[in-house]
Design a protein around this ligand. Sequence first.
Ligand code: HEM
Length: 184
Amino acid sequence: MQLRDNGLRFSPITVMLHWIVAALLFSIIGLAIAISQAADESRQMELTQMQNLLGIFLFLVSIYRFWARVTSYHPLPVGTPNPIEVIISRSVAVALALAMVLLPIAAWLAKSAAGEAIALPGGLALPALVEPNAQLQRVIEILFNVGATAFLAGLALHIFGALKNHLVLKNDSLKRMLGKQVEL
Ligand code: HEM
């Protein structure tokens, strides 16, 4: 099995992890909405613990994924795209992969600085990264909000690019990310 991406194709590991990350991210966003609508505190706590657990999986997968992205070739683009679009789309993809590593660290730091535990199912909790510190908490929260906003804008652009390739340009870019072998 091809373990790493090369100039001709993504590896099956990249394809599988790409969609696992997308599913985890959308589940975490869905849980955030469910938490804000939860009727009572115990339900809120249950959902938060589940959200934290998914966040840990996402963080660990993202560390591997960022490393794999920056240490392997990105396959050639399909079709004949304009070089500027290729540079932008690849930079956005790398920035998304990096954000998936940095944002969980910022969230963990902010919770620790607020003196709040990151609770997990089964009564477990992540250890605090720093001592409680209100000033640090404010700074990290601002950085997190700026980073999360930029991340969501980048993700919207990324999905827009994928849909444009699929629906307007009608090339195999999305199908290749779904595992189709594309000859270049
Ligand atoms: C519905 C959601 C998504 C769609 C439709 C989508 C689509 C795609 C497509 C078509 C490619 C291949 C681009 C190429 O041929 O060069 C790609 C690559 C990539 N995408 Fe997404 N994507 C989605 C969500 C995400 C998310 C949530 C992330 C990360 C936060 C992400 C990060 C990346 C990265 C880093 C690459 C480069 C290949 C890799 O290292 O995995 N994508 N995506």
